[in-house]
Ligand binder design. Structure first.
Ligand code: NAD
Length: 359
């Protein structure tokens, strides 16, 4: 065995169909009486469902439904004032990474207990990481007090996520597991979670194709998202996440789609330096025939998810600029960062090619 450090995340996970019904009991046990439920405008109905469950048990339950992509500071400040006026004593975020981000931003500033109810597979609910945008510039900070204290995974709330969004969100989650396998501070528990998470996500995604309303498939995906999200929250990420951060932040590309398109190419770049991770990954991906890159290409093609950055609004003329930004800051990566090869990674992703092991 190699040396390692393992530090589990201090939070409680409640997993299971219908588990949001445990909220009143949860709040009672913690002594909270004035919950503030957070959502985007598109999920206000789900936020209302939560307040309906809570109302008979609390003094007041209010909703702030203006959560927005990239957690802009202006919205956080508005939500903080609302929270102050309502004298809220606990936050309940219901939604994807954007809503969880707002919950984190408020809870971090006001030291409020945060219960996250994720409705996508992005994984933010199990990380101590907060990304916020001020004047269109996104900065990220990590602090253990950002981590939501309780997470409730209730599969019923994911049924309304349209299939195309579900599939890219699943690959977003899978990317956390992939990069965890070769993280500089990986440990045996995180490796186990990554492999199990990737296996569950790949299996669940293929099942969803046949039946987007399948409780069993969506539950398998949620299980995988929890595991891979926990990997993201536990160990450092490398090239793939840095590239997606650059492309999302500097070129305003959609989060989950960008992850989906870039992942196979970033993996192809690192593959020569991480043979053990590639072997483990191949064992978790269906139809890999012992080749992780082949397994990932064929999974993505089978799911019919977007494969080209060009198709989501990234321009060929911006490839050089993106390459320059991507190599401007150093970070741990298994393979040294070569500007021209990174340019080729971005070019292949822009063109929508299958990933190849010739980088
Ligand atoms: P999102 O939260 O932006 O959601 C996209 C849209 O889908 C929103 O309009 C949302 O209301 C809607 N939606 C979500 N779940 C739904 C459901 N079940 N039914 C119907 N509509 C639903 O998308 P996301 O991909 O979950 O999150 C992306 C954001 O999260 C990015 O800003 C990203 O940077 C951040 N993120 C942060 C971390 C972290 O650890 N800090 C991790 C992953 C993602």
């Amino acid at each position: 065995m190699e040396s390692f450090v393992y530090s589990p995340l201090p939070h409680k996970i409640i997993f299971g169909r219908g588990s949001t019904r445990q909220l009143p009991q949860c709040l009672r046990a913690l002594g909270f009486r004035r919950p503030l439920v957070l959502s985007t405008p598109y999920q206000i109905e789900q936020a209302r469902q939560i307040t309906e469950i809570l109302k008979p048990h609390v003094e007041d339950a209010s909703i702030f439904s203006e959560a927005t992509m990239h957690t802009p500071l202006g919205i956080t400040e508005k939500a903080l004032r609302f929270c102050q006026d309502k004298e809220s004593d606990v936050l309940i975020s219901i939604g994807g990474g954007s809503t969880t981000g707002l919950g984190k931003a408020i809870s971090f500033r006001k030291d409020l207990y945060h219960i996250a109810i994720p409705t996508t597979y992005a994984g933010s609910e199990v990380t101590p990481i907060l990304g916020e945008t001020v004047d269109r510039i996104k900065t990220t900070q990590t602090n253990i007090s950002i981590l939501p204290k309780t997470v409730i995974y209730d599969v019923d709330l994911t049924l309304t996520l349209p299939l195309p969004m579900s599939l890219t969100s699943i690959i977003n989650a899978l990317a956390h597991g992939v990069e965890a396998l070769y993280a500089p501070n990986v440990n045996p528990i995180v490796s186990l979670m990554a492999i199990e998470g990737v296996r569950a996500l790949a299996r669940g995604a293929v099942q969803l194709l046949d039946d987007p309303d399948s409780i069993s498939a969506r539950s398998t995906c949620q299980y995988g998202a929890w595991l891979c999200g926990t990997c993201l929250g536990s160990v450092g990420m490398s090239l793939h996440h840095k590239l997606c951060h650059t492309l999302g932040g500097s070129f305003n590309l959609p989060h989950a789609e960008t992850h989906t398109i870039v992942l196979p190419h970033a993996l192809a770049y690192n593959a020569p330096k991480v043979p053990k991770a590639m072997e483990a990954l191949a064992s978790a991906l269906p139809t890999s025939n012992g080749d992780a890159l082949h397994g990932l290409n064929s999974l993505l093609n089978r799911l019919g998810v977007p494969r080209s950055l060009g198709s989501i609004g990234f321009r060929e003329d911006d490839i050089d600029k993106a390459a320059d930004i991507s190599v401007s800051k150093s970070y741990p990566n298994p393979r040294d960062i070569d500007r021209d090869l990174i340019r080729e990674v971005i070019r292949r992703a822009w063109a929508g090619e299958d990933a190849r092991a010739d980088l």
